[in-house]
Design a protein around this ligand. Structure first.
Ligand code: GYE
Length: 326
C-alpha cells in the first residue's frame, strides 16, 4: 500500500515535470455541441457527515462552474457504482468522476470508459488498478499520512509512560482506500514501541450506528481499553455513546482519536470527549470541476492532486468551530 502511494506520487511529480500525461478526448455526446460540459458523478453513499459535505461541495461547485451534473448515490455498493458508470458511458457524458467505495475490481468498467473515450477522474478514494492510463488523475487526501498523524499524536501522548497502551480500532469500510491506508499509516508510527497494542480491530463501515454497535462489543470483550482510534468522526461519535452507556467517560477513561474534523466531531473535541482529530477535507468540488474542464479539453493535468489538511487538539477545535463550514 505504502509503495503504491509513493509510486503514484512519483508518477504525479514526473507528470508535472515532463508536462505530458497521456491523451484524452471528451465523449462530447451529451454536451450537444454548445460547449457545456456534462459530468457523470458516482458518489459512494451518504454514510457520514464527511460524505454529506462532499456531495454538497460537488453539487455546488458544478453549478458555479456551469457544469451539468448527473449525480448518483451508490449506497456503499460497488455494483451500484459500476451500473452508474455504465449508464454514464451510454449517455455519452463528457467526463466521469467517481469516488470508488473499495479499491479493487474496477478494471473492466474503466476499460469500457476508456474505449468510449470518456475521461475518468478519481475523486476522494483510489483504485488499485495497475493500468494507470484508465483514469486521468486522482484528487483526494493522503490517507496514509492521516493515519501517521494519528499515530504520532498517540506516541507523543504516551511518551512518558512505560505501561502497555491497549488500543481498539474502528476501521472504515472494508477494502476501501481510507480504511487500508489509515490503518497502515497508524501502524507504521506505533510499531516501534511494543507497549502499543491493537487489542481489537473491526470495521464500523464509516457509520455512527455501526461505530456504536462495534464499540459496544469491544467494551464487552476487552476489559482494559485505553485508546480508541476510529477511522472517521462518525464512528467515533457512535462509540462515544457506547462508552457513556457502559458508564465510562470518553476522552478520559478512554482516549479517542478520529479523522475528518466535521462539525459534530469538532464539537465533541472541544467538549473533551474526543482528544485529537486529523483533518480530512471533503471540499473537493472546486478542484474537481477545474480538473474536469482541463481533461475535457485534453489539457495536461497532474496524475495526483493531494488535498491540504491539518490536525486539531481541543484548543484548536474551539477556535475553528465558529467558522467550520461542514
Ligand atoms: O473519512 C469518511 C467517509 O473517503 C475520505 O469516507 C472519505 C471517508 C471519510 O465516509 O467519513
Amino acid at each position: 500500500m505504502l509503495k503504491r502511494i509513493s509510486a503514484l506520487m512519483l508518477a504525479g511529480l514526473t507528470a508535472l515535470a515532463v508536462a505530458g500525461c497521456g491523451s484524452s478526448s471528451g465523449g462530447g455526446g451529451a454536451s450537444a455541441g454548445d460547449g457545456t460540459i456534462t459530468m457523470g458523478f458516482s458518489q459512494v453513499g451518504a454514510e457520514s457527515g464527511w460524505r454529506t459535505a462532499n456531495t454538497k461541495s460537488v453539487q455546488d461547485s458544478a453549478k458555479t462552474a456551469g457544469i451539468t451534473l448527473k449525480f448518483s448515490d451508490a449506497q456503499q455498493k460497488q455494483e451500484n457504482q459500476i451500473k452508474a458508470i455504465r449508464s454514464y458511458i451510454q449517455q455519452k457524458v463528457d467526463v466521469i468522476a467517481f469516488s470508488p467505495v473499495v479499491e479493487s475490481g474496477w478494471d473492466t468498467v474503466l476499460k469500457e470508459a476508456k474505449n468510449a473515450k470518456i475521461p475518468v477522474i478519481l475523486t476522494d478514494r483510489a483504485v488499485d488498478s495497475k493500468d494507470t492510463s484508465l483514469y486521468k488523475t486522482f484528487l483526494g487526501s493522503d490517507f496514509v499520512e492521516e493515519g501517521k498523524k494519528a499515530g504520532k499524536w498517540l506516541v507523543d501522548e504516551y511518551k512518558d509512560s512505560k505501561d502497555p497502551v491497549n488500543i481498539v480500532e474502528l476501521q472504515g469500510t472494508t477494502g476501501s482506500a481510507p480504511a487500508n491506508d489509515r490503518k497502515a499509516g497508524f501502524q507504521e508510527e506505533i510499531k516501534a514501541d511494543p507497549k502499543f497494542k491493537i487489542v481489537a480491530s473491526q470495521t464500523g463501515d464509516f457509520t455512527r450506528a455501526k461505530g456504536k454497535e462495534v464499540m459496544e462489543a469491544f467494551l464487552k470483550s476487552t476489559p482494559d481499553i485505553d485508546v480508541l482510534f476510529a477511522h472517521n468522526d462518525d464512528m467515533g461519535l457512535g462509540a462515544i455513546e457506547a462508552i457513556e452507556g457502559a458508564g465510562k467517560v470518553p476522552g478520559k477513561d478512554i482516549k479517542i482519536i478520529t479523522i475528518d474534523a466535521v462539525k459534530d466531531g469538532m464539537q465533541a473535541l472541544s467538549d473533551g470527549k474526543i482528544n485529537y482529530i486529523v483533518e480530512c477535507s471533503p471540499l473537493l468540488g472546486p478542484q474537481l470541476m477545474d480538473l474536469a474542464k482541463k481533461v475535457v479539453k485534453n489539457e495536461t493535468v497532474p496524475t495526483r492532486v493531494v488535498t491540504e489538511e491539518t490536525v486539531f487538539n481541543q484548543e484548536q477545535a474551539k477556535a475553528a468551530l465558529p467558522n467550520r463550514q461542514y
